[in-house]
Design a protein around this ligand. Structure first.
Ligand code: C5J
Length: 226
């Protein structure tokens, strides 16, 4: 760890990154959201859109790993008996398959099934935190805050999917808990381009009411990776 602070060009104003104290948080880059036959596809989405976030997320992951900075992966997933999946979440719309139903990658959004795994390019390594979360926000009903506090993490740099659902929800939770959060624009995606664009604006509006956004090039450049 080094104490030198780094300035990242960002919106709505530069983000001061404290090396070693800023965890990279990669939200839900799971086969269930990104590959055909998973949960995202069962809701009628064009899942191919999310693939654009894989390579930028991989570049961030490589940069964090090289510096031995903290990395946290999340997986949206439920217990096999669905005891942590309320009807308010499962009984939405009339999709051909719901959470817990069998599909080509196993039971949708169920922990331990192939679909709930993170895509191979971003597979977690030993020493990296992996949080299984039943909700949209990664702080809800998980040990995330305790883990971060025990490690002295004070800042969060976000990547992952989907921008307006689990990424934004977790950034809002993080803001309420006192973390300065930055979202890397190319490393996040949505099934809906307009929702991604709107979310980036919402995050930085009103002086950064949720946090900051920055381009991948600006983040990598600021940490000396370009
Ligand atoms: C959704 C997520 N979209 N990871 N989950 O249901 O954003």
């Amino acid at each position: 760890m080094t104490s030198t602070m780094l300035q990242i060009p960002a919106r709505p104003f530069p983000y001061t990154l404290r090396p070693g104290l800023a965890a990279l948080v990669i939200i839900d880059m799971q086969r269930d959201f990104i590959e055909p036959g998973g949960f995202g596809a069962s809701l009628g989405n064009d899942v191919s859109r999310l693939q654009a976030a894989i390579e930028p997320s991989r570049q961030l992951l490589e940069a964090w790993r090289k510096r031995r900075w903290p990395v946290l992966h999340t997986r949206e997933s439920h217990a096999p008996d669905l005891s942590d999946c309320p009807p308010a979440k499962r009984e939405r719309g009339s999709p051909p398959r719901r959470i817990g139903d069998p599909g080509p990658m196993g039971r949708l959004l169920v922990r331990g099934e192939p679909g709930s795994e993170i895509v191979p390019a971003l597979a977690p390594r030993s020493g990296e935190w992996v949080i299984d979360k039943p909700g949209k926000g990664a702080f809800h009903a998980t040990s995330m805050q305790a883990l971060l506090e025990a490690a002295g993490v004070t800042q969060l740099v976000f990547a992952g999917v989907t921008t307006e659902v689990c990424v934004q929800t977790t950034m809002r939770e993080a803001n309420d808990r006192g973390y300065d959060s930055l979202l890397v624009e190319e490393a996040t995606e949505s099934y809906f381009p307009a929702y991604k664009a709107a979310t980036l604006e919402m995050i930085v509006a009103q002086g950064g009411i949720v946090g900051w956004t920055a381009t991948l090039a600006d983040v990598l450049g600021a940490i000396g990776e370009s």
